[in-house]
Design a protein around this ligand. Structure first.
Ligand SMILES: [Zn+2]
Length: 577
């Protein structure tokens, strides 16, 4: 013991001679390594911030590895001394450096080592542990040792010095309320619980882990949404939606055949699925068929199945959609497109609950709930002889009208928000919503493609908008990006207000659906012509196929209507005739 102390003292004197302060160059040297003299408190605050932001365990890993790195450097210095002194004397460089660097006062208690055989056992007393004292100051007494940087240093130093992995543990620690810290080190294999400690020496890509976790959260969130009792896209507060949904709920528990009516894209399949999910068949199959998508000659085999050899090419027997939906629900979209022979067979299923595969005379019982949908006028098809009247009355017993999106103004924001969440998750983007202009455009657009169009548009916006931003109008509406496209539209008061109608069809839809009046359309045309002609009325009249007096008359009429509080007039032009 006394011998160790005197070795330590000698090493200490030698090392002090190797420290050089060079104020002229702003450098401090320890032998050949540049050192820093930093404030212990600042270092302690950095340590605290690491713990607070990453948690004890991750911070412990970072600090341990930081200590390990400086232990490795000091071992280099120790090795330079190994040539002219004993192993023990050379080794003591580390503990003395640790002391000299102001980290902790190290006193060797037991030290047995042999570099030739790799034997190592060391026990040291640590006094004035910088790390233990600050940890206790910031966090109070801890249940485990806390001098992580220092343990890392001891491990790095000794492992490099010995040329084999040496693991240290604190048996006492100031951070645990002991007066001093005490450490014991021996080869990794000699510890029973080495693995639990060694993991702190392995670097972890924390940033990668965070991104990975974030992705997992987003995915989980979207699967939670998928497992909702109802499809997550079935949302709305508008009276039209509420009425349709209410009707749907009332039909759910019965077996009644439901006919869903609505324009293309209003979400008929979503309603059909909701009807299925709300009812007692929810655990069984939901099979959807778009009658318009199947060629006429294949409809029957698709729906009712086929026996081997029923027709050329029918090489194997195959069950149809009805059999696959047995016990569950079959959704027949665009039922108006069903050819007459298939209509008869469908009627038979509805009446008898029986089907026959094509090329088979055996009848099979099926228990299928039919949900039909169309955007067609089935009554008209009946009159034209293209749809069986008995089937029509059967289907028509319970109809649910799904309103178009333009009649669900209150739902547009809700749906847009829902799709934004959905597609942000899908495309792993973080977006802050929509710009005000984009919101307004969503509300004023006539939505000829209904919810499907809104959904596609929001997905487009999600893809185009940079992460962290809000989706802008031109990221939603493809033609907004075109500078030549004149933006025309109607504000809340019906005035013209910079909005671009994508096509003539949409413009017509806007008039048909009362979003815009014919007079407003006329105003829009005249306004556009006058603007394009830069206020030159003769040129504007030519564009409109009118004479100048005819245009002047119309303008006059519009101005008068405006003055009388009637129809809106064109926004001010530069006034040149
Ligand atoms: Zn400690």
């Amino acid at each position: 013991m006394t011998k160790l102390h005197s070795i330590a003292r000698a090493a200490n004197d030698d090392l002090r001679a190797r420290v050089h302060f060079c104020p002229e160059t702003g450098q401090i040297w320890l032998h050949e390594h540049r050192m820093l003299l930093v404030h212990a408190e600042a270092q302690a605050l950095l340590r605290k911030e690491l713990i607070d932001s990453l948690g004890m365990d991750r911070a412990r890993g970072l600090l341990t590895r930081m200590g390990y790195a400086s232990g490795l450097r000091d071992a280099e210095l120790a090795r330079t001394r190994a040539e002219d002194c004993s192993d023990i004397e050379a080794f003591m460089t580390g503990p003395q450096l640790h002391t000299l660097e102001g980290i902790v006062h190290v006193t060797p208690v037991t030290l047995e080592l042999d570099r030739a055989t790799g034997k190592f056992y060391g026990e040291f007393l640590w006094e004035n542990s910088w790390e233990g004292q600050w940890h206790r100051h910031h966090y109070g007494v801890h249940s485990e040792p806390v001098c992580w940087t220092q343990i890392g240093y001891a491990c790095g130093y000794t492992s490099a010095f010995m040329g084999r992995p040496i693991l240290y543990k604190e048996t006492e620690c100031v951070g645990m309320g002991n007066n001093n810290c005490r450490i014991v080190g021996k080869p990794v294999e000699e510890w029973d619980d080495a693995a639990a400690h060694m993991r702190y020496f392995r670097p972890e890509a924390i940033a990668d882990q965070l991104i990975e976790l974030q992705t997992q959260v987003v995915q989980l969130r979207s699967t939670i949404a998928d497992k909702d009792k109802l499809p997550a896209d079935m949302i709305g507060i508008s009276p039209g939606f509420a009425a349709a949904y209410d009707l749907l709920k009332h039909a759910a528990d019965s077996q009644i055949t439901v006919l869903l009516l609505g324009e293309t894209g209003v979400g008929k399949e979503l309603f059909a699925r909701a009807l299925h999910d709300l009812g007692p068949r929810r655990e069984r199959a939901f099979v959807a068929v778009n009658c318009a998508a199947i060629p006429n000659e294949l409809v029957e085999s698709e729906l009712f199945g086929v026996e081997k050899g029923a027709y050329t090419g029918a090489l194997v027997a195959r069950a149809g959609r009805f059999e696959r939906a047995d016990g569950g629900s079959l959704f027949l979209d665009e039922i108006g497109e069903l050819p007459l022979p298939a209509q008869s067979k469908l009627l038979r299923v509805l009446q008898e609950g029986e089907i026959e595969r094509l090329g088979d005379h055996k009848t099979r019982k099926v228990n299928v709930r039919i949900i039909a949908a169309t955007n067609d006028d089935l009554g008209r098809r009946v009159k034209e002889g293209r749809f069986r009247s008995d089937l029509y009355y059967r289907l028509n017993a319970y109809q649910v009208n799904i309103p178009p999106l333009r009649e669900r103004k209150q739902d547009i924001s809700l749906l847009a928000k829902r799709f934004l969440e959905k597609y942000s998750a899908l495309h792993a983007k973080k977006l802050r919503g929509f710009t005000d202009k984009a919101k307004r455009a969503l509300l004023t657009y006539p939505w000829p493609g209904n919810i499907r169009e809104l959904q596609n548009m929001v997905e487009r916006g999600v893809i185009l908008a940079p992460s962290g931003s809000r989706i802008e109008v031109n990221q939603l509406f493809s033609s907004f990006g075109d500078d030549r496209a004149r933006e025309l539209g109607l504000d809340a008061n019906g005035g013209l207000d910079g909005y671009h109608w994508e096509s003539g069809e949409q413009l017509c839809a806007a008039v048909f659906n009362g979003v815009m009046t014919l007079e407003q359309l006329e105003v829009m045309l005249i306004q556009t012509a006058v603007d394009k002609a830069r206020g030159n009325l003769s040129a504007a009249a030519r564009m409109l196929g009118l004479t100048r007096p005819q245009l002047a008359y119309r303008l006059h009429r519009l101005h008068e209507a405006d003055a009388g509080g009637g129809e809106p007039a064109p926004a001010a032009t530069d006034g040149r005739p």
